[in-house]
Design a binder for this molecule. Structure first.
Ligand SMILES: Nc1ncnc2c1ncn2[C@@H]1O[C@H](COP(=O)(O)OP(=O)(O)OP(=O)(O)O)[C@@H](O)[C@H]1O
Ligand SMILES: Cc1cn([C@H]2C[C@H](O)[C@@H](COP(=O)(O)O)O2)c(=O)[nH]c1=O
Length: 211
């Protein structure tokens, strides 16, 4: 079973992922983790990192929301064999960012009238053409954008190798993403969604999965 953890930068997805692993394990089930983008996995991950870091040589790619989304989707497609192994190996595979991130961030970079068509394109591209497994549950970690921003800044301060990237430092993008995530959750985009906050996160997800 795949549980995707979604939310704006700095929301606390990584922290929630660790807490959820502990909570699932405490029930006697097995839990594994996966994260996208796969920065360390070969040329695609390297290209994603360079694009997010504002490498001028990738400016043409970075300037197009659809080209950028295609790069993220191909990074996922490239991980398919390993992803499939993990899905088979664990009772619950917790994925820190999945295609919901592409939907939210890509749509937030486009004018409002183009968003609905873009969301259909992402679903078709990733689930049908690239054959990525549909998530069983998508969790939106919904925290105020200012709290998330403080989280992203704190994380950047803790890790000098990880300064804020071009998406993280764009406050307007983060605010639009937060709104779009809520509408994806309300519409049940491609699979069921559960909206949680930092405190209620892991227990609420456990009961959604197993009660
Ligand atoms: N439940 C929480 N309570 C208090 N602080 C938290 C909580 N969750 C996360 N944080 C803090 O917020 C910061 C960002 O957390 P984390 O790295 O988990 O976020 P993230 O959503 O995975 O970030 P990104 O998307 O940018 O990788 C960290 O400094 C972390 O300590
Ligand atoms: C997987 C994925 C990610 N993004 C965006 C979302 C974030 O701003 C960055 C990744 O940052 P993180 O701190 O490493 O989580 O990339 C996206 O637009 N599309 C995707 O599919």
């Amino acid at each position: 079973m795949i549980v995707a953890i979604e939310g704006v930068d700095g929301a606390g997805k990584n922290t929630l992922t660790s807490r959820l692993v502990e909570a699932v394990t405490a029930t006697g089930r097995t839990a594994g983790t996966f994260a996208f983008p796969r920065y360390a996995a070969g040329p695609l991950g390297t290209a994603v990192r360079a694009m997010l870091d504002g490498d001028e040589r990738l400016a043409g790619l970075a300037g197009s929301a659809r080209a950028t989304a295609l790069l993220f989707a191909l990074d996922r497609a490239n991980a398919l064999p390993e992803l499939a192994r993990c899905v088979a190996a664990y009772d619950v595979l917790i994925v820190d960012r999945y295609l919901g991130s592409n939907a939210a961030y890509g749509a937030a970079r486009l004018p409002a009238p183009e968003r609905a068509e873009f969301l259909d394109w992402i679903a078709e591209l990733e689930l049908t053409r690239l054959g990525l497994p549909r998530p069983d549950l998508q969790v939106l970690l919904d925290v105020p954008v200012e709290t998330a921003r403080a989280g992203a800044r704190a994380r950047a301060a803790e890790d000098t190798a990880r300064a804020l990237d071009t998406f993280e430092s764009d406050a307007g993008l983060q605010a639009r993403c937060a709104e779009i995530y809520l509408s994806l959750a309300a519409d049940g985009w491609v699979a069921p969604w559960l909206v949680v906050d930092r405190e209620s996160g892991a227990p609420k997800i456990l009961s959604a999965l197993f009660d």
